[in-house]
Design a protein around this ligand. Structure first.
Ligand code: UFG
Length: 325
């Protein structure tokens, strides 16, 4: 199978490229390296380019004869999207449309889209299933939802079949220790906690201790990056077998508070993790937990690394590789 992975040099994309390579796929990666790393692409053909460059896109599709496309290339910071909505709509929406138009022009029919729990906005019920109202509260979530809507229309008009995968909190690292998370700047909880454990940060700040949760800190559903990639693989198989367009929520269905994450990281690393208790970060819902039963039932997806300590242990091994001594 020939697969185009857009954003294959980034965190989740690079893990996907590795998995596709292991499954015998012929992989082409298109990445502008704005947030990715060339050395994170461990197999396949690499094309340096941006979705906004028509000639690059056309050349990639003319030479690739793809069976499917996976799209990981987006900006991912909620707070930044509020300050710079133009950047988010341009990259995450309009450039995605260029990609879809290239697929239509070159008759590629199977598309796997990286969506997000942020399309649901402030949850009205938890766990969050696929039918939960989509009321995004920031440009990041709005843009992802706009693409999901666009995909429904592209299916009706052009027969482009898609699976939108709504990630909850992607975390962890390649179990082999070869790949991991390399965001700069890093804003996600687990890598920041591990940087504090490694002494690369003086402390980690807990954003708010007055939420309506048992210990007052926010609850999230952390899902191992390798399990996410497995869901992409199964979703692509489903489309290739004639499956209809759909969307799935991807998480473990289990929530952990910020304090629980830090305590687990202390146990896994055996290190002290200095903590500063700060104020709330604007836009953070108290509790985000996935109801992922539909992905399990329809895709046969079963998360393998659904234990928080394992997720943190894999991320810790990666962090240590990056911290000499
Ligand atoms: N947190 C801290 N201190 C930090 C960083 C995070 O206390 O230094 C807290 C946050 O307030 C939140 C939790 O840790 O309660 C997790 O925060 P992350 O930034 O790791 O992840 P988010 O839940 O904010 O974001 C994730 C994805 C986004 C997606 C969002 C959906 O990373 O891409 O879920 O709401 F948009």
């Amino acid at each position: 199978m020939r697969v185009l992975v857009v954003g294959g040099a980034g965190y989740i994309g690079s893990h996907m490229v590795k998995l596709l390579g292991q499954r015998g796929c012929e992989v082409t990666v298109l990445d502008n390296l704005s947030a990715g790393y060339r050395d994170a692409v461990t197999s396949g053909r690499f094309v340096l380019g941006d979705l906004g460059e028509f000639e690059v896109l056309d050349e990639v599709f003319r030479t690739g004869r793809f069976d499917g496309v996976m799209h990981f290339a987006s900006h991912i910071q909620v707070g930044e999207s509020v300050r710079e909505p133009a950047k988010y709509y341009r990259n995450n929406v309009f450039k995605t449309q260029y990609l879809l138009d290239a697929m239509v022009a070159h008759r590629v029919k199977s598309f796997i889209f990286s969506s997000t729990a942020a399309i649901f906005g402030e949850p009205v019920r938890v766990p969050i299933d696929e039918a939960h109202p989509r009321e995004p509260i920031n440009p990041y979530g709005c843009g992802k939802w706009m693409v999901e809507r666009m995909l429904q229309d592209y299916d009706v008009a052009y027969g482009l079949k898609s699976v939108c995968l709504r990630y909850f909190n992607a975390a962890g690292a390649d179990p082999d220790g070869e790949l991991g998370e390399r965001h700069e700047p890093e804003t996600h909880l687990i890598p920041l906690v591990l940087r504090a454990a490694a002494g690369r940060l003086p402390e980690v700040t807990v954003f708010g201790t007055d939420y309506d949760t048992p210990d007052g800190t926010c609850i999230r559903d952390y899902i191992h990056v390798t399990d996410l990639c497995e869901a992409h693989w199964l979703a692509l198989q489903r489309l290739r077998a004639g499956g209809e367009s759909t969307a799935y929520n991807l998480g473990n269905g289990q929530g952990f508070s910020v304090r629980e994450v830090i305590d687990t990281a202390r146990a896994v690393t055996g290190r002290e993790i200095p903590v500063h208790y700060g104020v709330r970060r604007p836009g953070d819902p108290a509790r985000l937990v996935a109801d992922a039963r539909r992905a399990q039932a329809e895709l046969g997806w079963e998360p393998r690394y659904n234990d928080l300590a394992t997720i943190i242990a894999h991320a810790w091994r990666w962090e240590q590789r990056r911290t000499p001594g």
